[in-house]
Every structure is written in structure tokens, then in C-alpha cells.
Design a binder for this molecule. Structure first.
Ligand code: NAD
Length: 289
């Protein structure tokens, strides 16, 4: 068997074309343009690249984006003040603080300061809690992108055995919750899991988000499984790879995402989607008050 390669670039392009049309309609109907404020602390090159990619994607679909750059020595009160100003600015619909933050800044305190109504990354505790009870306002972008890819490929989720490798707050845990909400039977593995293969081999859908190149080898995957590789790793020779041994696993899987070109393009697309959702909700609230 040679797996179908899931083309995240193609799916993202289709979703963005649809979003672009919806944003044009929104602007025509309300006179407001969706606006995202991105807060970048420090000068980490990877974070800068992510932020500039997000700004470009916003521009392409008609979302206004503003990036505020703060020094890596910014204090917590100074950063919270910037967030407060964005919370109060009625022209701003979405707020995103680019992670990771310098170690002296407590991530939770920063994320909790973002207004729940503008939390387009979906990292605020309120939205995280919403995932548990199945009524979140903003789903976190990478897990949401994974779900959308499965839907776009018409891969059934209900009743499937899903194994998520990686239990981070931003990818692994929310992915597991979202797929459980869709009636999958979900198992989460992490760095302390003993004998990873005994779990991965049971997966109808295997989602891997560990940040470990070559973690998932061919024999660890059930024949016909759907394999979603979230990992992004830069090898010493400069190549970007996922966590899955792509060449070996594609011989066993029914579907597989490439890296790059799989989940990555969907993540930013779902940020655009969430920003439009926020703009609609906030504009609706303002009109009715
Ligand atoms: P993280 O470091 O916060 O979490 C990694 C998780 O993997 C942890 O739960 C850890 O226990 C687990 N893990 C580590 N080694 C393991 C092993 N040997 N076996 C089983 N589990 C193991 O990372 P993260 O922020 O969740 O990101 C994970 C990967 O996904 C990274 O490569 C990151 O670059 C990538 N990522 C991609 C996107 C995207 O848009 N495609 C978005 C976010 C993160």
C-alpha cells in the first residue's frame, strides 16, 4: 500500500479562498475590517518568521494585522499593559501573543490576560475548559487544523481508535479532546509512555506531535492507518522533517501528511478563521448594545 498524501497546502488554499469571500461580505455589511493584533516579545528568528507568515496570510484574505514588537527584557506589568490596551481597543478583534516567551514571563498569567472574546489562539483557560465540555468559542489552531484536514479528506472520526503522541497544552491535549468530542476512542502518549509502539499500532488515526524526528517508524503503524504528522524539526543539514519516518510509514498507511505542506498551512488558516469568528461576534455585540 502507498498512502494518499494529504495536501495541506491545497486544503488551506481552498479554506482561505472561502474565508476571503466571507471577509469581503463582512466588510461590505458592517463597514468593519477584522483586525488581529500580534504581540512579539524578543527577537527569536523562528518566532519572527512565524509572525511575518501570519501577517502575510492575514493580508492575503483581507484581515488587518498589526504586530507590536517588545524587547526581550519587557517586564510582566509592561506586557500586561499592552494586552489590556488591545483588549480595550474596539477595532481589535483578535489578540495573539507569540510563544515561546522569555523565561522571566509567566506564560499562563500572560495568556489569561487576553480577553476571552479576542483569544483567537484558543489558549485562555476559558477556551481550554470549553474544549473539555465541548463548547469552546475558539479552538486552538493546530488541533483545529488537524480536525479540518480529516474532515476535508472525509475520514470518519466517530468510533475510530485515535492515538495522539504528545501531550502538550497547545497541540497534544487539545487534539485529543477535540477528537474525543467527535466520538473517537482516544489514547494520549507522551515522553514517559512505556513501549510507544504497543499503542501506536492500534491507531486507526495516529496524530504525532512530539517534536522528535524519526520517532514513528513503519512497523509502529497499523496497515491502513491515517497518519497526521504535526512535528516540525530542522535537521543539522537544514532539512525540515516531521516526527514520522515518511518513506517507511507511507508504505503502510492509507493517508499521510507530509512535512512541510501538511498540518502547517492549516494552522495559520484556522487562526484566520478564528479572527473572522471573533470579528463577527464582537461586531454583533457592539451593534446590539
Ligand atoms: P512540546 O515540546 O510542548 O510537547 C511535546 C510532547 O511530546 C510532550 O508531551 C512530550 O511528553 C512528548 N514527547 C516527547 N518525546 C516523546 C517520545 N519520545 N515519545 C512520546 N512522546 C514524546 O511540543 P509541542 O509544542 O506540542 O509541539 C510538538 C511538535 O509539533 C513540535 O515539533 C512543534 O514544532 C510542532 N508544531 C507544529 C505546528 C504546526 O503548525 N504544524 C504547530 C505547533 C507545534
Amino acid at each position: 500500500m502507498s498512502a494518499k498524501i494529504i495536501d495541506g497546502v491545497k486544503h488551506a488554499r481552498q479554506l482561505r479562498a472561502d474565508l476571503s469571500a466571507q471577509i469581503s461580505d463582512f466588510v461590505a455589511q458592517t463597514g468593519h475590517r477584522p483586525k488581529l493584533k500580534v504581540i512579539l516579545v524578543g527577537s527569536d528568528p523562528a518566532s519572527r518568521l512565524y509572525v511575518s507568515n501570519k501577517a502575510r496570510a492575514c493580508r492575503d484574505v483581507g484581515i488587518e494585522s498589526v504586530t507590536i514588537e517588545l524587547s526581550s527584557s519587557v517586564t510582566l506589568p509592561e506586557l500586561l499593559e499592552v494586552i489590556d490596551a488591545a483588549n480595550e481597543d474596539s477595532t481589535v478583534h483578535g489578540i495573539l501573543v507569540q510563544l515561546p516567551l522569555p523565561p522571566h514571563l509567566p506564560v499562563r498569567a500572560v495568556l489569561e490576560r487576553i480577553s476571552v472574546d479576542k483569544d483567537v489562539d484558543g489558549f485562555h483557560m476559558y477556551n481550554v475548559g470549553g474544549l473539555v465540555v465541548g463548547s469552546t468559542v475558539f479552538s486552538p489552531c493546530t488541533p483545529y487544523g488537524v480536525q479540518k484536514l480529516l474532515e476535508a479528506e472525509q475520514i470518519p472520526i466517530a468510533g475510530q481508535n485515535v492515538v495522539v503522541v504528545g501531550a502538550s497544552n497547545i497541540v497534544g491535549k487539545p487534539t485529543a479532546l477535540m477528537l474525543m468530542q467527535r466520538d473517537a476512542t482516544v489514547c494520549i502518549c507522551h515522553a514517559k509512555t512505556r513501549d510507544l509502539a504497543q499503542f501506536t499500532i492500534l491507531a486507526d488515526i495516529l496524530v504525532v506531535a512530539a517534536g522528535r524526528p524519526g520517532l514513528i517508524l513503519g512497523p509502529m503503524v497499523k496497515t491502513g492507518a491515517v497518519v497526521i504528522d504535526v512535528g516540525i524539526n530542522r535537521l543539522p543539514d537544514g532539512r525540515i522533517v516531521g516526527d514520522v519516518d515518511f518513506d517507511a510509514v507511507r508504505q503502510r498507511a492509507s493517508h499521510i501528511t507530509p512535512v512541510p505542506g501538511g498540518v502547517g498551512p492549516m494552522t495559520i488558516t484556522m487562526l484566520l478563521h478564528n479572527t473572522l469568528v471573533a470579528a463577527r461576534a464582537l461586531t454583533g455585540k457592539a451593534l446590539s448594545s
